[in-house]
Design a binder for this molecule. Structure first.
Ligand SMILES: Nc1ncnc2c1ncn2[C@@H]1O[C@H](COP(=O)(O)OP(=O)(O)OP(=O)(O)O)[C@@H](O)[C@H]1O
Ligand SMILES: [Mg+2]
Length: 263
């Protein structure tokens, strides 16, 4: 058996007395479409930060493709193929869609030894392809400030893909999107090649169940369950974790969510 692309063992992050991420052990195979769900404050975003290296672990070990990356910096991990979109946007609002993506593509494209014009041409070409992939080809010259919320999230996905990740982490990519926009996002993510392993944190369970082939439920920093979407939907402990969060109906009716995350 090949090593999982991402392997977490005993990963813990404390903030004072709070264990925001508590002894998380999880293997994500290469090519996975994995969702991480759980109530607000469960530790999902913190876990992503530990994987990207934005924040050090308090304890535990993180491996990428069999190599221990626990002590590597965020840029070192990015060079090894970890890329993410953030729960809160980090785009340059006054710049166009194209300029935002080009910046990321330039960082990645062309060896330092090839001539500058050739590198720039490669980055431009890559930018055009990325914008087409995320469905923004006709919005290239529009300033990000003028985009809808959903379109901004599409730009963020393009930025993350510009780094040519092997592991793409998406933190609430569908938050604030219209149903049409999130359907489009799901199509885009489903169309990604298997060479990109996807882990998504998402409250919109329509998106989760349309995309994920495996799901981990976090609750109070701990893994409650990892299983197939059906196993997760049918699990009593999962339903209880969601009780009182206003999302219990998502699980209890078994028919999938009728509501969307607000705030
Ligand atoms: N930098 C920090 N300092 C102190 N506490 C933090 C910090 N970051 C997160 N926390 C706490 O850790 C817990 C987990 O937060 P986290 O943001 O990971 O949750 P989440 O599952 O992403 O929630 P949400 O669904 O609301 O985005 C929360 O109780 C939060 O208040
Ligand atoms: Mg979060």
């Amino acid at each position: 058996m090949t090593a999982p692309l991402l392997s977490l063992s005993g990963v813990t992050r404390s903030f004072g007395a709070l264990r925001a991420v508590d002894d998380v052990t999880l293997d994500v195979p290469a090519g996975a479409r994995h969702a991480l769900i759980g109530p607000n404050g469960a530790g999902k975003s913190t876990l992503f930060k530990l994987v990207t290296g934005e924040m050090p672990v308090t304890a535990g070990r993180i491996r990428l493709a069999g190599q221990d990356v626990t002590r590597l910096s965020e840029p070192q991990r990015a060079r090894r193929g970890i890329s993410q979109t953030l729960q809160h946007s980090s785009l340059f609002l006054s710049q166009t869609v194209e300029q935002n993506v080009l910046l990321a593509a330039q960082r990645r494209h062309g060896s330092r030894h090839s001539p500058v014009p050739r590198r720039q041409a490669a980055a431009r070409e890559r930018t055009r392809a990325l914008l087409a992939d995320v469905g923004l080809a006709d919005r290239a010259t529009v300033p990000v400030a003028a985009l809808s919320h959903g379109e901004r999230r599409q730009v963020e996905v393009a930025l993350a893909l510009a780094c040519e990740p092997t592991l793409l982490l998406l933190d609430e990519p569908a938050a604030g999107m219209s149903p049409a926009e999130s359907a489009r996002l799901v199509d885009l993510l489903r169309a990604l090649p298997e060479s990109v392993t996807v882990v998504v944190v998402e409250h919109d369970l329509d998106v989760v169940f349309a995309l994920a082939r495996s799901v981990t439920v976090l609750h109070l920093g701990r893994v409650l369950l990892t299983g197939t979407p059906d196993e997760v939907r049918g699990d009593t402990a999962v339903q209880e974790a969601y009780l009182g969060t206003g999302r219990e109906a998502l699980f209890l009716d078994g028919a999938g969510p009728a509501r969307r995350e607000v705030g």
